[in-house]
Design a protein around this ligand. Structure first.
Ligand code: IMP
Ligand code: MG
Length: 399
């Protein structure tokens, strides 16, 4: 019996898609429980790149059940398209491979329009939303004015023709499978696939520069309708550096030249919007805070290969405000914007050393720094985009 909640420990885009895909080979079920199609999970399988926004990453394997839990906002038009695309790639051939909770709130074309209009009207105060209608849909959900996937597929004629057309395609997949998730948590292996990252959480992130949903592992229970008692350990994913797309505090942004070089080498452009991501040195203060929020004991570090070739690499180990080190985590974006990062600098490693079957010594030392600072165990390191490009130190499923 085991389940694992895979979450991002930064501002999203940590490379969760690849990790979930890799862990899914031992799973019976993959469950998405938060966010919506603001997420974009990039996978490279046999050299072919696929991006999924709403269907769980487990859909790339043929023997797994995938669930879109009640905590996910569903744009039926996007979901219908994604199902059809995956089917054209030979995936999701059978109905049992995907279940959508009837309780998911529906994102409508009006939500998308409102998101774009509000964002454009914010001027200098922009959040940098993905304009996928997430905020406005949540407003209607929490304001008890929205409608849900169950309502849509039961009475499609009541809604916009674009939605009712999509409803026809998704209807066969709409069913409540909470009991099955609970059963498999106890008798099999369930992987909860988080979207975005802890620092984008509506409460614990860098408000108001956050998404509208909860991005913590704790939300896996609520967002999939199972007891908190059976949701297992969190596996936190972090890049060996960090990135942010959209506005908001980002104290460790690299100097312009390095930022540009990392963006190009790391392909740091939004999987959903194509926007360039800001690149920064790993922020261990923020990472430790994210680990604390969910008692994360296992970490996977992605994209260490992108740092190869740099003479030196840095990590932020403390925050200062007005020259004074602070011992608390900033509770407002205003305060966060005043943060001056305190760095430690470590010797780099070369591209050639990355071709060896083991990690370069200086890369190992850097991993050790992350481990010591956060108190969590690094269970794996990603060394490239492909499925096989990773070093596993210990099986993340092991309890
Ligand atoms: P929204 O979720 O579209 O409302 O966007 C709010 C903020 O979250 C913006 O800064 C987005 O760039 C960011 N965001 C939302 N989803 C993701 C994601 O999957 N990866 C990275 N950033 C995201
Ligand atoms: Mg992403």
């Amino acid at each position: 019996m085991s389940s694992l909640v895979c979450i991002g420990l930064q501002w999203g885009d940590e490379g969760k898609g690849k990790i979930v895909d890799s862990l899914a080979k031992d799973a019976d079920m993959v469950v998405r429980y938060n966010g919506g199609n603001n997420a974009g999970h990039t996978l490279v399988i046999n050299g072919q790149k696929t991006i999924v926004h709403i269907v769980p990453t487990g859909a790339m394997r043929d023997n797994i059940k995938n669930v879109i839990g009640s905590g996910v906002l569903v744009d039926p038009i996007v979901l219908a398209e994604e199902i059809q695309t995956l089917q054209s790639l030979g995936k999701l051939k059978e109905v049992w491979q995907l279940s959508i909770s009837p309780l998911c709130a529906v994102i409508t074309p009006e939500h998308k329009e409102k998101d774009a209009k509000e964002e454009d009207g914010r001027g200098a105060q922009k959040i940098g939303t993905t304009k996928r209608g997430i905020g406005p849909c949540f407003e209607d959900k929490v304001g008890r004015k929205g409608f849900r996937i169950g309502d849509l597929v039961n009475q499609p004629e009541k809604y916009d023709s674009r939605l009712s057309e999509a409803a026809r395609i998704i209807k066969p997949y709409v069913k409540e499978v909470r009991d099955e998730i609970s059963f498999l948590c106890k008798n099999g292996k369930v992987l909860f696939e988080g979207a975005q990252g802890s620092l984008l959480d509506i409460d614990y992130g860098t408000y108001p520069f956050v998404t509208s949903s909860h991005c913590l592992a704790s939300y896996a229970a609520v967002g999939s309708g199972v007891s908190h008692r059976i949701v297992g350990e969190a596996l936190g994913v972090t890049k060996a550096y960090c990135t942010r797309v959209g506005a908001g505090p980002f104290p460790t942004q690299m100097d312009a030249e390095v930022d540009e070089a990392v963006r190009q080498k790391g392909g740091e452009f939004g999987a959903t919007t194509g926007r360039p991501r800001k690149c920064g040195w790993i922020d261990l203060v923020a990472l430790k805070r994210a680990c604390t929020l969910d008692e994360v004991k296992k970490i996977y570090v992605t994209k260490i290969d992108i740092l190869a070739g740099m003479p030196e690499i840095k990590a932020c180990v403390a925050y200062k405000i007005n020259g004074q080190e602070i011992s608390h985590f900033p509770t407002s974006s205003e305060e966060y914007n005043k943060v001056e990062p305190v760095y430690e600098t470590y010797p780099g490693f070369t591209e050639e050393q990355m071709n060896l079957p083991w990690l370069p010594e200086n890369a190992e030392k850097f991993i050790q720094v992350i481990q010591t600072y956060t108190g969590a165990q690094v269970v794996g390191v990603g060394t490239g985009p492909g499925r096989e490009q990773e070093r596993i130190y210990s099986n993340p499923w092991a309890v």
